[in-house]
Design a protein around this ligand. Structure first.
Ligand code: B1M
Length: 212
């Protein structure tokens, strides 16, 4: 098996130590950090996701795999983030109330940092009031909201409504994302933008700054 296949396998089995060793080997062999991320770590989680859906693996296995993936993406961070980029703006990011998924959010955060943003991460299961308070306290240029469940995607609109009710909507650009979200949904709830993946999220955040 190739290093990328082994990496995918190690994520699926939740073997964090093997993940780190394979990343080292991959980088030493000249594989790019992006390929190790996309074709190794994320491929592994995507394959595990199918088995999760089919009830072949359960929450504990997925959690252990998520931990291995997060360790791996942390190890790749230095390679993914360009050196010496000056902060071009400030962003606040979080996963909405009721939702504990953070792998995608963490990748978006990493790409934003790579694009030169100073990022404040509110974590997961973030109540609407906490997003409102963060806008008041941190005065970010962009707020990024993540939701991974069809049962929590409605929460994205609730956060935007809470921000409007607090009179803060004009102060910040709002982007939404996560597997069940579409461009149409983002427009419907009054977001300024939607991105399907981490790389385009960083590009969109940058273009929203220019447009502001
Ligand atoms: Co959950 N889970 N999960 N889960 N989980 C999904 C999402 C699911 C699709 C699995 C399935 O059934 N096939 C399903 C949702 C179904 C639905 O809503 N229609 C599901 C379910 C049902 C559940 C539970 C309800 C299961 C249960 O308890 N019975 C439960 C809910 C818990 C809760 O949140 N309250 C649950 C729990 C969990 C774990 C805790 C075990 C674990 C999360 C661990 C963690 O995040 N630390 C977990 C995981 C890992 C998954 C899968 C397998 C993988 C998700 C992931 O991390 N993908 C997922 C199945 C799948 O996606 N194949 C599944 C990799 C990640 C890089 O992709 O998060 O999509 P993603 O992020 C992308 C883009 O979406 C985008 O960029 C990212 C990078 O490119 N993006 C943004 C994300 N946020 C963005 C924000 C932006 C922009 C772009 O800002 C603007």
């Amino acid at each position: 098996m190739s290093i990328l296949e082994n990496l995918s396998e190690a994520v699926q089995k939740g073997r964090a130590k093997d993940v780190l060793t394979l990343i080292e080997e991959g980088l030493a062999e000249g594989l790019s950090a992006q390929r190790l991320l996309d074709e190794g770590l994320l491929k592994g989680m995507s394959l595990l996701g199918v088995r999760f859906k089919n009830n072949e693996v359960f929450v504990p296995e997925v959690l252990i795999a998520a931990r291995a993936l997060n360790k791996g993406s942390e190890a790749l961070k230095a390679q993914l983030i360009a050196d010496g980029v000056e902060a071009k703006g400030k962003a606040v990011i979080g996963t909405v109330k009721g939702d504990l998924h953070d792998i995608g959010k963490n990748l978006v955060k990493m790409m934003l940092e790579g694009a030169g943003f100073d990022v404040v991460d509110l974590g997961v299961d973030v109540p609407d009031e906490k997003f409102v308070a963060a806008i008041q306290e941190q005065t970010p240029d962009v707020l990024l909201l993540s939701a991974l469940l069809t049962t929590t995607m409605g929460q994205l609109g609730a956060v935007i409504d809470a921000i409007k009710a607090a009179g803060l909507r004009e102060q910040v650009k709002i982007m939404v994302g996560g597997a069940p979200i579409t461009h149409g949904f983002a427009t419907e709830i009054g977001a300024d933008g939607y991105s399907p993946d981490a790389a385009s999220a960083a590009e969109l955040a940058t273009s929203l700054l220019v447009a502001a």
